[in-house]
Design a protein around this ligand. Structure first.
Ligand code: UDP
Length: 422
């Protein structure tokens, strides 16, 4: 029987619909890393907060993986900014479950700062070591969001303690590593850089014409795609502003915006008003959330995938676009400046700069041969560096360094951006 590992992901369940306010990359990460580790014979229990009354306590999630719905706070969808108060109940319910099942774990993998808090408590009570992936850091959020950051101020202290208590911290990119060292005084030896990945069995190139016809898109227009959670920091407004400035001589250009649900109605209204003000409403299509099975059609149908957040702890969507052979224009921040090779698999632009973005879009749309080459490079790059299988192998090396088998190969440990040029 394989080793038992507990994942804690308090607000992000792999079962959630993605693309609203709070469900996105972390949900994908937890589910995909667990799936790969289960194939390596680990037994994974993923603890996540119950957000619906009718959900069963335990839901099998493929072979050797269970999702455990933890009773902590109201059994409904509530903003992650309000969840800290329920973490003591979260820990108690986890302990109850372990007692009832008469099981323990060799290691806990905490995701996000509130899960790290629970992991620290469990370490104190049961002596179980933990690793942590923060997914986002309170300090960085404060810098960019200022007073709009609604997380409790204790977040930063919790993160500082978790940095001290964790056996290993998983940074998602060199920028994340640098931020952990600068703002949290984390020691270099305690950080392993393991990027996010992409599921290449779910996201792969399909025939562009077929994708367009399935989605009812014209063949003779240039298509730009923006896909993700609809929150201000993702800079979707920047893409709409750029679209209004794009001058494409020979064809019309449209922008598809995928993502957004009732919880993000305010942001969607703001974006629609902006499109109307800039007189591009007829070129911007708000399509709402899309299921995982449909994403490959959207990514492949697009000539360019665009994502220009203010900051980005990693950003899985650029990998997904690249896995479908679509070049990416992304902002030169965080994980994007690491995953997108500028001039090779796409281009990097400064965030919050619609002129620079418009210029880049115009240049690339007018160079179809270059776009095709970038698309091919993107596909190769992702398959070589960013699959979940590679991520899980690195994760296994980290786990085994803590709980036993030191024969496992070392993680790739990307220490510098140069090390991933392809
Ligand atoms: N996503 C999705 N459907 C949507 C919108 C988004 O499945 O309608 C997924 C998207 O494919 C990606 C994730 O949500 O896997 C967003 O992850 P990313 O790391 O880019 O951003 P985060 O949510 O972590 O800020």
């Amino acid at each position: 029987m394989g080793k038992r590992i507990a994942f804690i992901s308090e607000h992000a369940s792999p079962l959630a619909a993605l693309g609203g306010a709070d469900a996105g990359g972390q949900n994908v990460y937890v589910g995909e890393v667990a799936r790969q580790l289960a194939m390596m014979d680990y037994q994974i229990d993923i603890f996540t907060r119950r957000e619906e009354k009718k959900l069963p306590k335990v839901v099998p999630f493929g072979d050797k993986i269970r999702i455990i719905h933890v009773n902590a706070g109201p059994a409904e969808d509530i903003p992650k900014e309000t969840l800290l108060q329920y973490m003591p109940a979260f820990k108690e319910d986890m302990l109850r479950f372990m007692k009832e099942e008469q099981i323990t774990y060799e290691l806990i993998h905490a995701n996000f700062f509130m899960s790290a808090l629970v992991a620290m408590e469990l370490k104190k009570e049961l002596g179980i070591p933990f690793v942590v992936t923060f997914h986002a850091l309170g300090h960085i959020r404060r810098i960019h969001q200022g007073d709009n950051d609604q997380f409790p101020k204790e977040r930063i202290t919790i993160e500082e303690n978790a940095v001290k208590e964790a056996s290993m911290i998983i940074a998602e990119c060199p920028q994340d590593r640098e931020d952990l060292m600068t703002y949290y005084k984390a020691s270099a030896e305690k950080i392993t850089v393991i990027p996010c990945g992409v599921n290449v069995e779910e996201l792969y190139p399909v025939n562009k014409s077929i994708a367009r016809s399935l989605l009812g898109l014209p063949y003779d227009e240039k298509v730009l795609l923006q896909l993700g959670r609809m929150v201000p920091r993702k800079g979707v407004d920047n893409v709409i502003m750029a679209l209004a400035k794009v001058k494409c001589k020979h064809s019309k250009v449209r922008l598809l915006i995928v993502g957004g649900d009732v919880d993000t109605a305010k942001e969607l209204t703001r974006l629609k008003l902006l499109a109307a003000e800039l007189r591009v409403s007829d070129k911007v299509y708000f399509l709402g959330q899309k299921s995982r099975e449909d994403l490959k059609y959207y990514y492949t149908a697009a000539d360019l995938f665009i994502t220009t957040p203010w900051y980005e702890p990693f950003g899985i969507t650029p990998l997904e676009a690249m896995a479908c052979g679509t070049p990416v224009i992304g902002s030169k921040v965080g994980g994007i400046k690491y995953s997108v090779a500028d001039g090779h698999s796409g281009a990097l632009v400064p965030p919050k700069d619609p002129d620079a973005l418009a210029h880049k879009i115009t240049t690339l749309l007018q160079a179809p041969a270059l776009l095709r080459e970038m698309g091919n490079n993107a596909l190769r790059r992702v398959n070589k560096l960013f699959t979940w299988e590679l991520v899980a192998r690195d994760m296994q090396a980290v786990y085994e360094g803590i709980i036993g088998n030191n024969d496992t190969s070392s993680p790739r440990n990307f220490r510098a951006e140069e090390s991933i040029s392809l």
